[in-house]
Design a protein around this ligand. Sequence first.
Ligand code: APR
Length: 179
Amino acid sequence: MKEVKVGQARIVFIKGDITKQTTDAIVNAANSSLMGGGGVDGAIHRAGGPQILSECKEIVRKQGRLPTGQAVITSGGKLPAKFVIHTVGPIYGKNADCRKLSVELRSCYIESLRLAAERKVTSISFPSISTGAYRYPLIAAAAIAVAAVKDFLQGESSIKEVYFVLFNDQTYNSYVNAA
Ligand code: APR
């Protein structure tokens, strides 16, 4: 575990499973369909039960597919967290427009934090968005993620603790180095 202070808040880096976190909210690295998938998305829906998917379906019925870089909120179902914030990271590809993808990835963090603050959340956990199935290069993604959270925490909000819950050593080390 490693932590850094930013103003009145702190960012904590841990290795672990985000579905077990007891922060007010956890963030899901979803896809635009919001219908679940593999990786952390699959783990959250499995652990949280059908309530989360049913709320996701209702959101898509009302507003359509979720664009990259945006976020929506549901309850946590059976999870310890009260809320799940679903965001869609950019998909990294061969001829990627790196600038555009980095703006979208930053937006995932900022929009998730903004939604959480709207609900007066004080603690929130993030996974490493886009660095699994979506193949965003880890070191670049970690730098964007940490910078986005630090920038957000410089402003006034209800959020006092931001956890990065990282699934393996390589991911954990990349985020700690970025901080
Ligand atoms: N807790 C924390 N981190 C996890 C967990 C977990 N339970 N399970 C996986 N991870 C990690 C992965 O090791 C990776 O570091 O989450 C990070 C993000 O990987 P993905 O889950 O593959 O997310 P992403 O790259 O954003 O791809 C999104 O994957 O399954 C889908 O529906 C999802 O289509 C979407 C795509």
